[in-house]
Design a protein around this ligand. Structure first.
Ligand code: MF3
Ligand code: CO
Ligand code: CO
Length: 303
């Protein structure tokens, strides 16, 4: 998701309660015990807007995450040179509906963003120098391309979000390495997830690995809480300092989705209002999972 300032707005009466009960604020803690104080102008420390999922919510998120994984498995079997990104969109769209689910990207962001244009397709397809949020079109995959396919589906109102890279035909060793090391970045980030840890632990692990190889970490987009909505608090930055950021607590659910560039980290949005590309035209790779913070560590729900 696009990284931005964390909102500091007060909960309104109909928001889910900050305590994670799943009840509306007005039916739960409104007028009673106050949430823990939130320091001004800091995204760190305070988890009060981060939902702690109930067992019922977790069951739903597990289901949508499994479907997301299955949709990516389906693509893996079919993707090859000669396939258009529209074709990928159609596969995902049709199978999502066939499973009784909803593709979350379709019409997402209506009224949001500077241009307020909703995302017009059911999946994001980001080829080569596209960092994320590529829009499926007539472009045909050719030998030597790398592509990220990002799937998010809604099952019974619950969201699961994951993406993978696919290598089309033969690519130079350096390209394959970017794809593999970006996957490694995701794994190293996941290895930091445990109750009592801080989100900065995740970012630091990812940044350290990526930069040790001469790559850069995209700053303009980040991971996010997920499950009851598409994009929830907290923001999961893919760079940072250990021991800083939000406290990870049991039954939080969020994505980790590092975007790693071969060259400079900066991004630029194309005229369609969505497609983010590297400013220097260098290759970019991304992998994403939805992660549940458990009592002992974590579980990868889209794995
Ligand atoms: N799935 C993306 C993410 O990981 C978000 C895509 S928003 C869309 O957060 F509108 F572009 F689909
Ligand atoms: Co995501
Ligand atoms: Co995603």
């Amino acid at each position: 998701m696009k990284k931005g300032p964390e909102s500091s707005k007060e909960l309104s009466r109909n928001d889910p309660c900050w305590c994670g009960s799943g009840k509306k604020f007005k039916k739960c803690h409104l007028g009673r015990e106050q949430p823990p104080p939130r320091p001004k102008a800091s995204v760190s420390q305070n988890p009060r807007r981060i939902l702690i999922k109930t067992e019922e919510q977790l069951e739903g998120i597990r289901k949508s995450s499994r479907l997301t994984r299955d949709l990516l498995d389906m693509i893996e079997d079919r993707i090859e040179a000669g396939v258009s990104t529209n074709q990928i969109n159609e596969w995902v769209h049709e199978e999502t509906l066939a499973q009784g689910a909803i593709p979350a990207p379709l019409n997402y962001g209506r009224g949001k963003g500077p241009r307020g244009r909703p995302f017009p397709k059911s999946v994001c397809t980001s080829i080569n120098e596209v960092i994320c949020h590529g829009i499926p079109n007539e472009q045909i995959l050719v030998d030597g391309d790398i592509i990220n396919v990002d799937v998010t589906c809604i099952v019974d109102g619950y969201f699961g979000d994951a993406s993978r890279m696919f290598i089309i035909g033969e690519v130079p060793d350096a390209t394959r390495k970017l794809v593999e090391e970006t996957r490694k970045c995701l794994e190293l980030g996941i290895a930091q997830v445990r109750p009592g840890g801080k989100t900065g632990d995740i970012g630091h692990a990812i940044q350290t690995h990526a930069e040790s190889l001469g790559y850069s970490v995209v700053r303009d987009f980040c991971g996010h809480g997920v499950g009851v909505e598409f994009h929830e608090a907290p923001q999961i930055l893919h760079y940072g300092t250990p021991g800083t950021g939000d406290l990870m607590q049991e039954n939080m659910v969020f994505t980790i989705e590092p975007m790693i560039n071969m060259g400079r980290p900066e991004s630029r949005i194309l005229g369609d209002g969505w497609t983010a590309v590297t400013v220097d035209g260098s290759l970019s790779a991304q992998w994403e999972h939805t992660i549940h913070v458990t009592g002992e560590g974590c579980q990868v729900l889209t794995g």
